[in-house]
Design a protein around this ligand. Structure first.
Ligand code: 13P
Ligand code: SF4
Length: 318
């Protein structure tokens, strides 16, 4: 490594690089290996900044279909990297931090889904993309938080629908479309437990002329207080065009907006809305994952065919 001061970490035996050195090395490795970095808006700010493409779940999936690089280095949670691998099987897809799962995705397993379906013969299953490969393989179509309503509306109005695993996104889509949907009772801890009606009431009191922007994974009791209910992309788009906004989703969105628009009046609905899994990925993880081509996503063929069908059905609607 030219002109870079390194010290050896005696515990791991790895070189300890400064942030600037890590960024330099990641850039060099990206070129050398023909790699691209895709990252979600909930990543740590320094990781968002090293990304070639930053997006919400739908944008990241769409981008994965377009990428021609040999390596996709994914900074997000496992289901997002799996989706990228399904959509771009030729690329080596690396998950920067192997431990970053999505607890919501684990709120239903294959057996539970099979039993759920058995209670409603003939019903079609919509699964939130925040789900396991097994759940996807047992579902008819996927959706993300930005297209859930559109996906529901792609079915005949008379069709019985099951929505898994997020009860809040399912209820959001059900309320808007007034369709016959049975919703599985899973939820995201971050949005359900750490963004409360008390937070909303306090924000309304402290910042009466601000707009409240929330993610549909929040509990429906706070929907009536929101000026916008949208995916991370929808929230960011709105905040780009407006001043005086309150961000009701994971803190990474707020961090990004404050960094991009230091003079705007932007507040956070709850400082406790932190996704520990999204925050696991450090710049060091990005560096070592790329350097050693660590944590490749591998999906067996049979599972890949079944799970991909569900994602492709979604992309055909969107
Ligand atoms: P988006 O679809 O807005 O990217 O959200 C993904 C997610 O994990 C929300 O918690
Ligand atoms: Fe999963 Fe919630 Fe984290 Fe999103 S914020 S990745 S739904 S745990």
């Amino acid at each position: 490594m030219k002109g870079v001061l390194v010290t050896k970490n005696l515990v791991s035996g790895k070189m300890k690089l400064s942030q600037i050195e890590l960024v330099e090395e990641i850039r060099r490795l990206k070129k050398e290996k023909n790699a691209i970095i895709l990252a979600h808006h909930y990543q740590r700010l320094e990781v968002q900044k090293i990304a070639d493409f930053l997006g919400d779940s739908l944008q990241l999936a769409q981008e994965a279909t377009r990428v021609e690089n040999d390596i996709i280095l994914f900074c997000g949670v496992r289901f997002m990297a799996e989706t990228a691998k399904l959509l771009n099987p030729q690329a080596k897809v690396l998950l920067s931090n192997d431990k970053s799962g999505c607890p919501l995705a684990d709120k239903i397993n294959k057996e539970q889904l099979i039993n759920f379906k058995a209670q409603y013969p003939g019903a079609k299953v919509i699964c939130y993309v925040n789900s396991s490969l097994e759940t996807k393989s047992e579902s008819d179509i996927c959706c993300t938080s930005s297209n859930a309503v559109k996906i529901v509306e792609s079915f005949e109005p008379t069709e019985k629908l099951l929505f898994v695993p997020d009860k809040n996104l399912g209820t959001f889509a059900k309320n808007i479309t007034a369709r016959d949907i049975v919703v599985w009772q899973g939820y995201c801890n971050v949005h359900e437990c750490f963004i409360s009606i008390e937070d909303v009431k306090k924000a309304k009191h402290d910042f009466p002329d601000y707009k409240i922007l929330i993610h549909p994974e929040c509990n429906p009791t706070i929907y009536p207080f929101a000026d916008l209910i949208s995916s991370t992309k929808g929230i960011i788009d709105f905040a780009e065009k407006n001043d005086k906004v309150i961000i009701g989703t994971e803190i990474g969105v707020y961090d990004q907006l404050k960094d991009r628009f230091p003079d705007k009046k932007i507040e956070l609905l709850s400082k406790n809305a932190i996704c520990r899994n999204m925050k696991l990925t450090s710049l060091e993880d990005v560096y070592y994952s790329l350097k050693e081509e660590k944590n490749p996503i591998e999906i067996d063929n049979e599972m890949a065919v079944k799970a991909l069908r569900c994602i492709e059905n979604m992309l055909a609607v969107n």
